[in-house]
Design a protein around this ligand. Sequence first.
Ligand code: 26W
Length: 813
Amino acid sequence: MFKSKEEFKTAYIERLETLFGQSLDESSMADKYVAFSALIRQLINKSWYQSNRQYRATKEKQVYYFSMEFLLGRLLASNLFNLGLTEICGQGLKELGINLSELEAVEQDAGLGNGGLGRLAACFLDSMAALQLPGHGCGIRYRHGMFEQKIVDGYQIELPDNWLKDGYIWEMRKADRAVTVKFGGQVRLAEQGGRLVAIHENYEPVVAVPYDVPVVGANCNTVNTLRLWSAETNHFDLSSFSKGDFLKAVEQKYSLEATSQILYPDDNYPEGKTLRLKQQYFFVSAGLQSIVRRYKRTHGATPADLAKIHEKIAIHINDTHPALAIPELMRILMDEEGLGWDEAWNTTSKTISYTNHTILPEALEKWPVDLVQALLPRMYMIIHEINERFCAALWQEYPGQWERIREMAIIGDCYVRMANLAVVGSHSVNGVAAVHSEILKKEVMSNFHQYFPHRFTNKTNGVTHRRWLAKANPKLASLITETIGPGWLAHPNELANLRRYAQDPAFQASIKAVKQANKARLAAYIKNKMAITVDVNSIFDVQVKRIHAYKRQTLNALHILDLYNRLKADPAIDIEPRTFIFGGKAATGYYLAKRIIKFINTLAQVINNDPVIGARIKVIFLENYSVSLAELIMPAADVSEQISTASREASGTGNMKFMMNGAVTIGTLDGANIEIRDEVGDDNIVIFGLTAAEVLNYYKYGGYNALEVYQGNPRLRLVVDQLMNGFLPASPDEFHSIHHSLLRTNDEYFVLRDFAGYAAAQEKVACLYRDQSRWQAMAVNNIAFSGRFASDRTVAEYAIGIWGIKPVVIRES
Ligand code: 26W
């Protein structure tokens, strides 16, 4: 580790010269980035090696977090931060005439995820390492991550994300650890040496090559591993090749490698593609094979040793996407290691735990039996057997209750229901916020909860305060440290010490100055990207997240239209100037979400160019919302929009990032908003709308009439009509689907029902903002109470309550 900036500078210059054979002056920004990152990676490698060595030596239990998505964003800054090198390197680079932020910006975001679920996985990795927990990630090295979004003429255009084009400095290819994953073919059972064995024939082998990314723990020597699997083959079909059919040989190579080519850009919006199922089995099988291989080396390879695998290994599945881990671990234990069914089942279910991240019924994964059978014949046999045994047990418990058993079955209506498989095959099931976990127990999984009452728990989400506060908002971080000392960095609950400064005028002024600086930074970005000037003294009112009907960007947009109407009707009314900022991607096949994007952009076009409105309202849709863009946006927000239909947002995590940066939430009593309110109190949050209980009641018993609400509120009626009556400059039926969802299909997400409450809540926000002393106190309180939403707390709860793992302190080499 560098003791001084001089030492760093010498090492850096030398690295640049030896890597590229050129001087600093001759180097491009990209070269400077590569040399710098290579230097940092070398430091990390030492601790990485030590960590792996000591994990092997201590034989402590380890956890593997299986996730189809890891939305890492950039790693340079967070690695520097966790190594404690930001200061030394930043200063050293400055003396060499290099701006660290500019260097950081060279790195491509690793966008290997869609949204909440993928970013949560990334925050958990950061926290596991910071807590010195032996915990690793297992996922897919997508050749193309989340698509790049362009907005052209108000529409979303998707471009491929070519994030690997300049190489990825943080990964380490481990060709010697490759494993084979088998698809298709037939499986027959045969007797060998007195036991039944499964013989898999005529399968298509896909080689899985691991790429390891180090996960650096903050202020400790822990470096864990994120292992991402890539489908690769250098194997050409030689028979085709020698027959001169070169194309066929190449075709087969590409078809095998297709498995890890793209991330499906569907968040809470299933497409059910065969390739996605292939991806799921691909990384689950590869991950488990490599884990079992390592386990055998460290803990013994006899069947008796393997029957105890749960004592040394925990496997967590992030939603149902990796639920094939259950039958795959069964397969490995039985077919490859010789365990009997009961032993294998006992150890499998004690190894695996499952988190549910969504209650939208349409987002619960299910795969057609035919597809599973054809693509994964051995998996299907095992799932079938699990189902048979489970249903027989249910029959014992609930004789004659066909309906209940049909609902709980893993296979039904010609589908494999992945959530049922996940619940049955794991020892722990958790939701991601208190209300969500309750809904799982009482509604969505109530039968399972009755049958397995002790299996269900809650683990409220969190976000890493190192990235989302310390790194994203350095000015705020410095102010906090000056005020309450640096303890909050290791113990985020210490942020509570800020409470006593909430009413302090001097501190309020400092908080405001930080916010203004961050707003200016975002305003400059907007100016540069979109050539629109926004007023940094206006309220920055932000809704950034995936575009989805249940998240209700439409409610926000309709309210903006209403505000506009009122201003047009009476330009003299005194409103608090606002900049409404949106960002987010729509799943490629999600028509309604795409129309919502167009609606927001059309509003922007009308409002931003209306001289009557001037600078009082601006509407900004920031294209290509991503982790790095979020790091720019969160610190600049005054108002955090968390307005999902109550009961539909499992938790939300953006809400936590905003809060940590001092934004005030306007939101429904949904997901973690409820717990945010419980922390900050009603005076520091603005709540509106139906409660989850009310919404669920409507869903169950009916009684909601959208048309009535629409007819009863003239302001609402006007804005809904404006979608269709030619008021907006767009083709006549551009917003037909939005209109239709509100009035023709009875407004599934209660946009109309919550409109009046939302408009009133927005008035309240404006009123609170006018009282700047009151507002700054609210901002301070939000920061002060955000410690609970640090993922260090969440991960500690998983470690103790689910995984049964404890810290392993890594000594320096
Ligand atoms: C099969 C299509 C599909 C793809 C992704 C269905 C569901 C998903 C994810 C489970 C959706 C997701 O990201 N859920 C979000 O998880 C976050 C982390 O727990 C929560 O904060 C969000 O509320 C939840 O929507």
